[in-house]
Design a protein around this ligand. Structure first.
Ligand code: 5GP
Length: 177
């Protein structure tokens, strides 16, 4: 039985706040890449909402790729180990790569991905963009190149982020105690 109900979720960012911030991030990306082609890599499943909204506001020629990683075990506990569930990618040598994540927490996932890119491709550029940045629990020295919001040490759900697979479909972001 799911032990969290919709009423237990305390709002953190409304749909409007999310969309406004996403437009601001897109403006930063548009001014950085200008007309250069970008490979936007969405890290499933959590970043699906953010990535699909963000790319709508990007103006450069763009291709989307989807990879699937997992670091969370059951419920609210991270396993501390990143598993590549599906990381098949095209040849990214010489390309601008933009990794799009939902949240950077310990930073292990970000580090895994940045290392994976560096080991497998000589990209033109590799940037990491995360909607949320939970700085307090960082265990690596990695920082996102672009982020939406800094957040406290709370367990977040909604807008792609789940609890036991639920609540990804919420239009807002909230937290549970
Ligand atoms: P990291 O490797 O930085 O510790 O964690 C990255 C992944 O952990 C995210 O992509 C996300 O799937 C998951 N994660 C981290 N914090 C939270 C959280 O507060 N809520 C949810 N639902 N997932 C989280």
């Amino acid at each position: 039985m799911l032990d969290i109900k919709l009423e237990d979720i305390k709002p953190l960012f409304t749909e409007d706040e999310l969309q406004n911030r996403i437009k601001e991030i897109a403006a930063e990306l548009n001014s950085f890449y200008k007309v250069e082609e970008v490979y936007a890599i969405c890290v499933l499943k959590g970043a699906v909402m953010f990535a699909t909204d963000l790319v709508k506001y990007l103006d450069m020629p763009l291709k989307m790729e989807f990879i699937r990683l997992s670091s969370y075990g059951t419920g609210r506990n991270t396993t501390g180990k990143v598993n590549a569930v599906d990381i098949s990618l095209p040849d990214l040598n010489g390309k601008n790569v933009l990794i799009i994540e939902d949240i950077i927490d310990t930073g292990l996932t970000a580090k895994f991905l940045m290392d994976f890119m560096a080991c497998n491709f000589k990209t033109k550029s590799t940037k990491f963009c995360s909607l949320l940045d939970k700085k307090i629990s960082r265990k690596t020295d990695i920082e996102p190149d672009y982020y939406g919001f800094h957040i406290d040490d709370k367990f977040i759900v909604g807008y792609g982020l789940d609890y036991e697979g639920y609540f990804r479909n919420l239009k807002f972001i909230g937290y549970v105690e």
